[in-house]
Design a protein around this ligand. Sequence first.
Ligand code: GLN
Length: 187
Amino acid sequence: METPLRIGILAVQGNFREHAEVVRRLGAEPVEVRLPEQLEGLDGLILPGGESTAITRLMRLYGLDEALRRFEAPVFGTCAGMIVLDRNHLGLADFAVQRNAFGRQVRSFEADLDVGMGEPVRGIFIRAPWIEDAGPDVEVLAEVDGHPVLAREGRVLVAAFHPELTDDTRIHELFLNQVREAMSVRA
Ligand code: GLN
C-alpha cells in the first residue's frame, strides 16, 4: 500500500478541524501545524478560513510566517487562508484580495460554482474575500459575479469559500492531486 499523503493544516485559529476531517476521509494524514518545525516532511499544507487578522498575528508570534515563506510544497488557502497568502500578507501568490468583499455578515451566502468538473460545486461564502487583482500566472477556476473565487498559481490553490463545510470533497481532491503531481515531479 502506498504511504498516505501527510497534509499539514495550519491550526492556530479557524476551521482547521473541519479540514482535517475531509483530509482524513480522503485517505491522507492530517497534521496540525502550530510550530515551524511541524512543517518538516509535509507533502502539502492547508491554511483554513477563520479570521485573517488573528491568523496573521498568531503566525508571526510563532515564527510561522518566516517558515511558511520557505515552505516549498503545495499550499491550499480557503477564505481567510486565501487572504493570508496574498501579496499584502505572506506573498506566496501573485494576487491581492479584497476582504469582506461581498459585504459583511449580510453577505454570507451559498452559490453554485461552475468549476469545470461536471456537477457544479456548492460554495459556502462567509464574509468572503475575492481576488481583486491577479498577476498573469494566476489561473481563475471559478467566479461569482465576475470576481475570482477559486484560483491557482503554480503550487498555490485558493478558494474564497468553505469546501470543508460541505460533503462534496472535490475541491480537496483537486488539491491532493496537485500534491501528488508535485511529488512525482520531485521524485
Ligand atoms: N472575513 C474574514 C477575514 O477577513 C474571512 C472570513 C472567513 O474566513 N470565513 O479574515
